[in-house]
Design a protein around this ligand. Structure first.
Ligand code: TYD
Ligand code: MG
Length: 455
């Protein structure tokens, strides 16, 4: 007699999709606490035997020109030059940031090129979509809308309609009939994505997925999703601001760190060709604590305003806040200023902000942070036609950063005339840019302070 089969338990981490046979308080994979929940239904580790096939490495490849251009410049840029056939693109972002608007505009642009598209939404009714389309002035016959939630039905519908592009808004609302757990759970999202992945690869059908973002900024539930898709884009920005930034965080077919800048208008999203001008539009002139810095995002130079407010603290522990910049970096630069310039900051609150809601991660920001902090601390404004750029080391030395010529040209284009930069970066540059911009070499933070406030 055979022993009765005991039903195996399966616990899945809601953050990263880690699977375990027993419950654990903390996920050993991603370290999240209390994130494992029991899943009913089968594990995705399939055991069905299949025949494998192999192909020679050499062979005809589809040309770059096969990419589907959306004709929305900012979108094509972040995608690395259009959508690759058969690719799976994930767009993540906070609720209300404009993901559905962006997708609808993209589909309209494709419809304008005579391509039919399928928009599947589990978030809104057809009526709501029509209302949004009306607001965006989109009346394309070539866009079909479905409110189907079942992934098997969506796959069938796509195979029947053969659209040039399928958009699924959002992946968290889609479920597979073959998985027992609730829609939105990790197993469901992963299974649904796997189905769509197969559909995309087998039929050369590009698919756009919208993914919700959790409070801490990751795509809801499965980070696993990010590994499965070809391209991950984040749509970010402050809902109170009009700027929206579409950022590539993963791209199998192009560079990452590329950004697209949009402006949310009454009639939808409009690409911004000249982001520097936009980010500097409201810059206060001759006010302490503000400096302009040319940063490079992907292949694109953007001038941003770095703002600092340093004020005497009435509390026991001074506050340190960084918006749009790394707080650790701010702490480090504050320490360098205390040690190298002897400024007393421990009893001062420090607030740092990159104006316009943009986030800068490159080290070239350092010199801007230092300049803004000093300017606010000393209550001395920085000359309005000056830009600064460079990395700062722990010894207070100013280090070289890349793409200086690009930064310089962008600054020149917007009418800046003085450029403070690391000495090692500037040897060849003055000849290249002519006499319109004065380049000043800076070796240490002490030299920077000297140039800006005593020179
Ligand atoms: P939506 O695309 O629904 O966001 P998501 O899909 O990311 O949740 O955008 C919602 C916000 O955008 C809403 O607050 C209104 C604003 N909006 C405009 O300002 N102009 C427009 O033309 C549209 C369609 C939306
Ligand atoms: Mg939406």
């Amino acid at each position: 007699m055979q022993p009765a089969k005991k039903e195996a338990h399966l616990f899945v981490c809601g953050q990263c999709g880690f699977e375990s046979r027993k419950w654990l308080g903390r996920c050993p994979d991603c370290g999240a606490w209390d994130s494992l929940t029991e899943q009913r239904g089968q594990s995705t580790g399939r055991s069905v035997r299949k025949t494998a096939t192999a192909h020679p490495l050499s062979g005809a490849v589809e040309e770059e020109s096969a990419r589907l251009l959306t004709n929305i410049n900012e979108m094509d840029r972040v995608l690395g030059g259009g959508i690759v056939p058969g690719s799976l693109v994930l767009i993540g972002g906070d609720p209300g940031i404009g993901k559905s608007t962006l997708i609808l505009q993209l589909l309209a642009s494709l419809a304008g090129q005579g391509r039919s598209t399928l928009y599947v939404t589990g978030e809104e009714s057809v009526r709501q979509i029509r209302m949004r389309a009306g607001r965006l002035n989109i009346h394309e016959e070539a866009i079909s809308v479905s409110t189907e939630n079942c992934v098997e039905a969506i796959v069938d519908l796509a195979l029947e309609m053969r659209p040039a592009l399928l958009a699924v808004d959002s992946i968290q609302t889609v479920y597979s009939e073959e998985v027992g757990s609730a829609p939105g759970s990790v197993t469901q999202v992963r299974e649904a994505t796997a189905r769509l992945l197969t559909l995309a690869k087998a039929n050369h059908l590009p698919i756009l997925l919208v993914g919700h973002v959790t409070k801490d900024g990751a795509i809801a539930g499965p980070r696993v999703l990010e590994h499965m898709v070809d391209t991950v884009l984040y749509f970010e920005g402050d809902r109170g601001q009009i700027f929206r930034i579409l950022r590539t965080v993963k791209n199998r077919f192009g560079s990452t760190n590329e950004i697209g800048v949009f402006e949310m208008k009454e009639s939808g999203l409009a690409g911004v060709d000249n982001p520097s001008a936009l980010f500097l539009a409201e810059r206060p002139v001759n006010v302490p604590g503000s400096v302009v810095l040319p940063c490079v995002e992907g292949t694109r130079p953007i001038l941003v305003e770095v703002q600092a407010l340093v004020s005497h603290s009435s509390l026991g522990t001074a506050r340190r806040t960084a918006i749009g910049a790394d707080p650790q970096r701010l702490a480090l630069l504050t320490a360098v200023l205390e040690k190298k310039l002897g400024v007393t900051l421990f009893d001062h609150d420090i607030f740092l902000n990159i104006a316009g809601g943009i986030r800068i991660v490159e080290p070239a920001l350092d010199l801007g942070v230092v300049a803004a902090l000093l300017s606010s601390f000393l209550e001395k404004p920085i000359d309005a036609s000056t830009v600064v750029c460079g990395e700062v080391g722990l010894a207070g030395e100013v280090r070289a950063v890349g793409q200086m010529e690009m930064r310089l040209r962008e600054a020149g284009r917007l009418g800046f005339t003085t450029f403070l930069m690391p000495e090692s970066s500037c040897r060849q540059l003055q000849k290249k840019v002519g006499t319109d911009i004065r380049i000043l070499a800076i070796r240490t933070v002490a030299e920077l302070a000297e140039r800006l406030f005593n020179g």
